[in-house]
Design a protein around this ligand. Structure first.
Ligand code: GAR
Length: 211
C-alpha cells in the first residue's frame, strides 16, 4: 500500500478557532496575526458554551463569533452538520481547537481531514485527557510540556506538529505548572499555524516533517 502524504497549503488561509473557556490561546494566535507574523486570518471564533469568556474577547476584537448549543440538536452528527455548514459558508481552511472541551465526532474529523489541530497541556502521548497538569505532578514526572497535533478520530492521538518541554518543579501546584505550560502553549500554537499556512508541514503516517 502506498503511504498517504499530506502537504499543508501555502496560502493566505482562513481559520476558525474553537473555544470553550477563557480563550488565552485564541488571543495569542490573534496577537501573532496582528503582529503580522502569520499568513492567515481568523474567520470565526466558535464555541459550544454561550458564556465562554473568550467569545466576549473575540467580540471586543471585532471578530465574528458563533455559539451553537449542542443540547439543541438530537445527535452529535446533526450538531456537527450545522457546524460544517457554518464553516463552509466562511471558507474556513483550518480549525484550531483552543481549549475546546467537546470531543469531535467522525463527521467533522472526516470533513476537515488534515485541517484540524489541537493544543494539549502535556507531552503526548503521555497524559491524554483532562486535568493532565495535576496527573503529571501526581505521577512525579520531572518534565511535562505542551503539544500541538493534528486531530484524528482517536482523542489526543493525531500526528504531532510541535512540542515544548516544561520542567516540573518540586513545589508545583496544578496552578503553577499550568501557568508555566500555558506560556509555552501560546508560543507553539502560533508557530504551528504559521508553519501550516506557509506550506511547511508534510504528514506521512504518524510523522509530521517540517519542510
Ligand atoms: C489550555 O491549557 C489547553 O491546552 C487546554 O485547555 C486550556 C485552555 O486555555 N486544552 C485541553 O486540555 C484540551 N484537552 P485557554 O482557553 O486559555 O486557551
Amino acid at each position: 500500500m502506498t503511504e498517504e502524504v499530506f502537504l499543508s497549503p501555502k496560502k493566505k488561509g482562513k481559520i476558525a478557532v474553537f473555544i470553550s473557556g477563557r480563550g488565552s490561546n485564541f488571543r495569542a494566535i490573534h496577537d501573532s496575526i496582528l503582529a503580522g507574523k502569520m499568513n492567515c486570518e481568523i474567520a470565526l471564533v466558535f464555541s459550544n458554551k454561550e458564556d465562554a469568556p473568550g467569545l466576549k474577547t473575540a467580540q471586543d476584537r471585532d471578530l465574528e463569533t458563533l455559539f451553537l448549543d449542542p443540547k439543541a440538536y438530537s445527535s452529535r452528527e446533526d450538531y456537527e452538520k450545522e457546524i460544517i455548514k457554518e464553516l463552509r459558508k466562511r471558507d474556513v481552511d483550518l480549525i484550531c481547537l483552543a481549549g475546546y472541551m467537546k470531543i469531535l465526532g467522525p463527521s467533522l474529523c472526516r470533513e476537515f481531514k488534515n485541517a484540524i489541530i489541537n493544543i494539549h497541556p502535556a507531552l503526548l502521548p503521555s497524559f491524554p485527557g483532562l486535568h493532565v497538569q495535576k496527573k503529571a505532578i501526581d505521577w512525579g514526572v520531572r518534565y511535562s510540556g505542551a503539544t500541538v497535533h493534528f486531530v484524528s478520530e482517536d482523542v489526543d492521538m493525531g500526528p504531532i506538529i510541535v512540542q515544548e518541554v516544561v520542567p516540573v518543579i518540586q513545589d508545583d501546584t496544578e496552578e503553577t505548572l499550568s501557568d508555566r505550560i500555558l506560556k509555552e502553549e501560546h508560543k507553539i500554537y502560533s508557530e504551528a499555524v504559521r508553519l501550516y499556512f506557509n506550506g511547511r508541514l508534510e504528514v506521512r503516517g504518524r510523522r509530521v516533517y517540517i519542510k
